[in-house]
Design a protein around this ligand. Structure first.
Ligand code: A2P
Length: 331
């Protein structure tokens, strides 16, 4: 069986990756519709050796032909307006923006973690924030085996997480150009500020990590704090995750857990300088975990270092895996 697929935001950082991943994974596609803004309408994008013309996203231009799955990555405002319109036509929207993630009627899904949540969708499924996806993939085996009491996230996030304009700020910044996307130069710098500041002093990115982790792990009361930071890296988010587990553990068991967990590559051999880094994770599908060690400052404390490609597992790949889950079980 083949499906009609739409991509909204097809010219963007994640949109282009949707196309690449659908091609790589040989996704069963009947017709493909590529949408972007008026600026890109008429441009061509190649898919499986055919040129597809970008369609301007307007209500009138949403195809009359039934679209089965629409992959969205064109920002929150576009998702707010157009996801319900696509869903109304019978499509299932998989949305990469933050517009619908915390809506109680919208499942927030990472296939390795909470695939069963997909069942309760009403036409929209949300793809979590990039930093949250890789974190929960690494946390889930610990949560299942030991229980988690508290999490401290510290992130080191790549510029591609801010889209093409974020990527260009780093590229052009190294040539001496002033920033256009970020409030300060990112070349040679570290900016402790991702997304807007909230009244509580946290950034929206930090609150996304906190709230989305709770929703995905089904732990509304889980204690979590986060500091999210932009670093001069093109692809690959890194995260230091400090965890207080509910029960005691042996480090060797944690290593074994990660050796056998789906979607995870264990890279922890410090005597040979083996640990995950963005240059290793970029372009790969897995979540890389290393630097596993006890936090001696508290009972049942554990530190891990988690790296993944923020555009692949952190965005486009996770969305395509949700689509695969959908067609295998529910469409
Ligand atoms: P366009 O390239 O035509 O502006 P990124 O996250 O890399 O910045 O990409 C954002 C994506 O969202 C692009 O494909 C962009 O298209 C698309 N986009 C932005 N605004 C709109 C809009 N109002 N309608 C449709 N697509 C939009």
């Amino acid at each position: 069986m083949k499906f009609n697929i739409a991509i909204v935001g097809a010219t963007g950082m994640v949109g282009r990756q949707f196309i690449k991943i659908l091609e790589e994974r040989n996704f069963p596609i009947n017709n493909l519709y590529l949408y972007a803004s008026k600026k890109s309408a008429g441009k061509k994008i190649n898919f499986r050796n055919n040129d597809f013309t970008i369609i301007e996203l307007t209500e009138q231009n949403i195809q009359c032909e039934k679209i089965d799955i629409a992959l969205f990555s064109a920002g929150g405002d576009v998702s707010k307006k157009y996801a319900p319109i696509f869903a109304e036509t019978g499509a299932v929207v998989i949305d990469n923006s933050s517009a619908w993630r915390m809506d109680p009627d919208v499942p927030l899904v990472v296939p390795e973690v909470n695939p069963e949540d997909i069942k309760m969708h009403n036409g929209i499924i949300a793809n979590p924030n990039c930093s949250t996806i890789q974190a929960v993939v690494a946390l889930k085996p610990l949560h299942d085996k030991y229980g988690i009491k508290r999490i401290v996230y510290s992130t080191y996030q790549a510029v591609s997480g801010a889209g093409m304009s974020g990527y260009n700020d780093l590229l052009e910044g190294y040539k001496g150009q002033p920033p256009r996307k970020f409030p300060y130069p990112i070349a040679g710098n570290v900016i402790p500020h991702i997304d807007i500041f909230m009244d509580n002093g946290y950034t929206k990115e930090e609150m996304k990590m906190i709230n989305e982790t709770r929703k995905i792990l089904h732990c509304e009361d889980l204690k979590i704090t986060a500091t999210t930071v932009r670093v001069p890296v093109y692809y690959g988010h890194s995260e230091s995750i400090n965890i207080e587990l509910s029960s005691s553990f042996e480090l060797c068991d944690v290593f074994n857990l990660y050796k056998s967990s789906k979607g995870i590559v264990l890279m922890d051999d410090t005597s040979n300088l083996v640990y995950p880094m963005p240059v290793i994770a970029a372009g790969k599908d897995d979540v890389f975990v290393g630097r596993i060690r006890k936090d001696f400052s508290l009972e049942n404390g554990l530190n891990i270092w988690v790296v993944a490609d923020n555009i692949r597992k952190g965005a486009a790949l996770n969305a395509v895996q949700i689509a695969e889950l959908l067609i295998a079980n529910y469409l």
